[in-house]
Design a binder for this molecule. Structure first.
Ligand SMILES: CCCCCCCCCCCCCC(=O)SCCNC(=O)CCNC(=O)[C@H](O)C(C)(C)COP(=O)(O)OP(=O)(O)OC[C@H]1O[C@@H](n2cnc3c(N)ncnc32)[C@H](O)[C@@H]1OP(=O)(O)O
Length: 157
C-alpha cells in the first residue's frame, strides 16, 4: 500500500472538499489508499451522523464517503494507467463525480469503523467507472457505481 493518501496529492487549491480535503479544517478528511488493484479508505462516523434510528448511519454520509473515495480512486487508477506516481511534482490528475448510484443493502451500524473499497471497472479517455463497496466488518452495507470525469489541465497563459 502506498504510504501517501490519494487526497494528500491534491494541490492546496483543490483541497477544500468537506469530505476529503486536507485543507478544510471542518471536514471529514477521508483518506484513501491504493492497495494493489483496489483502493481502500477507513472511516468511523461521529455519533451525530445518525439515520432514522440512533445506531444507524444516515444515507448522506454513506453517499459522501463513496463520492470522495470514488474520485480519489479514479485519480489513483489514472496515475497507474499513465505510469505516474502521485506527488511526482507534475500537474496532478484530478477527477470529479459526474454520477453516483448508491444501493443501500443493509442498515449501516453507527459507532464502528466503515471500510470503503473501490475497483476500476473501466477507464476510457476522461471517463472512469468505479465500483464501490462500503462494509462494516464482514457485512457489505452499501454498493455503488460512479462515473468520474478527469478535469482537463488548465491551459498555460
Ligand atoms: C470543479 C473543480 C474541482 C476540482 C477538484 C479536484 C479534486 C477532487 C476533490 C474531491 C472531490 C470529491 C468528489 C466531489 O464531491 S466532486 C463534486 C461534485 N461534482 C461536480 O461538481 C461535478 C459537476 N459537473 C461538472 O463539472 C461537469 O459536468 C463535468 C466536469 C463532470 C463534465 O463536464 P465537461 O464539460 O468537462 O465534460 P463533458 O460534459 O464533455 O463530459 C465528458 C464526457 O462525460 C460524459 N458525461 C458527463 N456527465 C455525465 C453523466 N452525468 N452521466 C453520463 N455521462 C456523463 C459526457 O457525455 C462526455 O462523454 P463523451 O461525449 O466524451 O463520450
Amino acid at each position: 500500500m502506498s504510504d501517501m493518501a490519494i487526497q494528500d496529492s491534491y494541490p492546496p487549491e483543490f483541497a477544500h472538499c468537506f469530505g476529503c480535503g486536507p485543507g478544510n479544517p471542518h471536514g471529514h478528511h477521508l483518506k484513501s489508499y491504493l492497495l494493489g488493484y483496489e483502493t481502500i479508505a477507513r472511516f468511523t462516523p461521529d455519533l451525530k451522523y445518525s439515520g432514522g434510528v440512533p445506531d444507524h448511519v444516515y444515507g448522506g454520509m454513506i453517499a459522501s464517503l463513496m463520492d470522495c473515495h470514488g474520485t480519489a480512486s479514479a485519480a489513483a487508477f489514472a496515475y497507474r494507467k499513465d505510469g505516474r506516481t502521485m506527488g511526482d511534482g507534475r500537474r496532478p490528475i484530478r477527477f470529479v463525480t459526474a454520477s453516483l448510484r448508491v444501493e443501500f443493502k443493509k442498515p449501516t451500524p453507527l459507532g464502528c469503523e466503515l471500510v470503503v473499497k473501490g475497483q476500476l471497472l473501466s477507464l476510457q479517455g476522461r471517463k472512469a467507472w468505479v465500483d464501490l463497496k462500503l462494509a462494516a466488518g464482514d457485512q457489505v452495507c452499501a454498493t455503488g457505481e460512479m462515473l468520474a470525469i478527469r478535469l482537463p489541465d488548465p491551459v498555460e497563459s
